[in-house]
Design a protein around this ligand. Structure first.
Ligand code: ASP
Length: 408
């Protein structure tokens, strides 16, 4: 056990050093670092390769292990309750900091809106789209496009049905249990490549911006906005740690155990790509396999505290730049739509920027305002993805606690 934990510590330090060197190399060598971009892509591809088989096997074996469909309702209810309430808290924190800091005041609104056209040309996401994406007519097509929500919904229903067919279902459950174990083993192996992969992802992305000087220039125009988002995200992170402590009695020990996943989220800007690592860390941190398999896949797709907070801050920032007053009524609409838009955002880089259109349209703000956010979004995306994964991780521990108490 001691050998195992020193080995885990070594890997964590290697990843932290990878992040630090990635920032330093990207800042100093600038665009030259783009030549190692492929190492980051290799790491991302390796993670993505495991996602579909892992989710299918994990969710089916997780639901089947509940044994009784009624328990699915209970754990499902507490999971959805946790997701909804923490996301709502995140948006409230976002609204509070953006009203206090008012980052958009005094910024000129005569910006070049052409940059946003690429995002605005994408088909706008509507609420019915979000509901419709839950059930896919073609699972293979959904899997090939990495649409995780329909895959999860199918696996949930499949797992629930499996618990009702008696003896005939046994070999099927064993089969999926086995696939799950094998996939987790693969993820552990891929983890050894994480320090190099994350180093390459960060260095090449920073290099793409043109290095440290160019990044500082980009940030300087919207510095208070960047600060506001990071401040809001930090407050929410602290809220999550306090909630964890109150409900489970665990605190920084758990967050440290989950830190490989949180750093990977920062490196990849994708909760979905990070999911295999989040699951691996949660199991090692002592969360039961059942909660890990059930709570985390769903969380990586629908629970996005960081994205929700970010969307609220960004939309208020745009309103402030255009000097459009957002009163209590408008902010209530932002509160509701930002929560829903975050649920609808996929766990991929910059997905939040696309679903933000829902929030902007709901309060009649100019959609081109998104141009104001583009330059620094790749950076803020990493911070909000780290908070998204932290929210899922804390959720797994909390639901696990509920589940254990309920089954006692
Ligand atoms: N990149 C985020 C995630 O994967 C989504 C977003 O906010 O753009 O969790």
């Amino acid at each position: 056990m001691a050998a195992k934990s020193s080995h885990e510590k070594f890997l964590l330090w290697a990843i932290i050093i990878g992040v630090a060197l990635g920032i330093a190399a990207g800042a100093v060598f600038g665009s030259k670092m783009q030549s190692i971009d492929w190492l980051g892509v290799l790491f991302l591809n390796a993670l993505k390769m495991t996602i579909i088989p892992l989710i299918i096997a994990a969710v089916i074996s997780g639901v089947a292990s509940l044994g009784d469909i009624r328990k699915l309702g209970k754990i499902g209810g507490s999971t959805v309750g946790y997701y909804a309430s923490t996301t709502a808290v995140a948006v409230l924190i976002g609204l509070a900091v953006v009203n206090l800091m008012r980052p958009g005041d005094g910024i000129a609104s005569n910006i070049n809106t052409a940059a946003a056209s690429e995002i605005l040309e994408k088909d706008p996401v509507t609420f019915t789209d979000i509901v419709l994406t839950m059930v896919s007519p073609n699972l293979i097509a959904a899997a090939s496009q990495m649409q995780l929500l329909p895959i999860i919904v199918f696996s949930l229903i499949f797992g629930a049905a499996l618990t009702t067919v008696g003896e005939n279902g046994r070999p099927v459950i064993n089969f999926f249990n086995g696939i799950n174990d094998v996939m987790m083993k693969l993820v552990n192996w891929i983890m050894y490549f994480a320090p190099v992969g994350i180093f390459a992802l960060i260095a090449s992305r920073l290099g793409e911006t043109g290095g440290g000087q160019a990044l500082l220039e980009e940030i300087s125009g919207v510095g208070t906005y960047v600060l506001t988002v990071i401040l809001g995200l930090s407050c929410h992170f602290i809220f999550l740690v306090c909630l964890l402590k109150i409900v489970t009695g665990r605190g920084l020990d758990y967050i440290t155990a989950m830190s490989r996943a949180i750093i990977t989220a920062f490196g990849t800007a994708s909760s979905s790509a990070t999911l295999p690592i989040t699951m691996g860390c949660a199991q090692k941190a002592g969360v039961s396999a059942r909660s890990t398999k059930f709570v985390l896949p769903l969380g990586a797709t629908v629970n996005m505290d960081g994205t929700a907070l970010y969307e609220a801050v960004a939309v208020m920032f745009i309103a402030q730049v255009y000097a459009i007053e957002m009163g209590f009524y408008e902010q209530t609409i932002i509160f509701i739509t930002a929560t829903l838009a975050a649920i609808g955002a996929a766990g991929i880089p910059q997905a939040g920027l696309v679903t933000m259109i829902i929030v902007l349209s709901a309060v009649n703000l100019p959609l081109e305002g998104i141009s104001l956010l583009l330059a620094v979004d790749w950076l803020l995306d990493r911070f909000r993805t780290a908070v998204n994964v932290s929210g899922d991780s804390v959720g797994a521990a909390i639901i696990d606690k509920f589940d254990n108490t309920a089954s006692r």
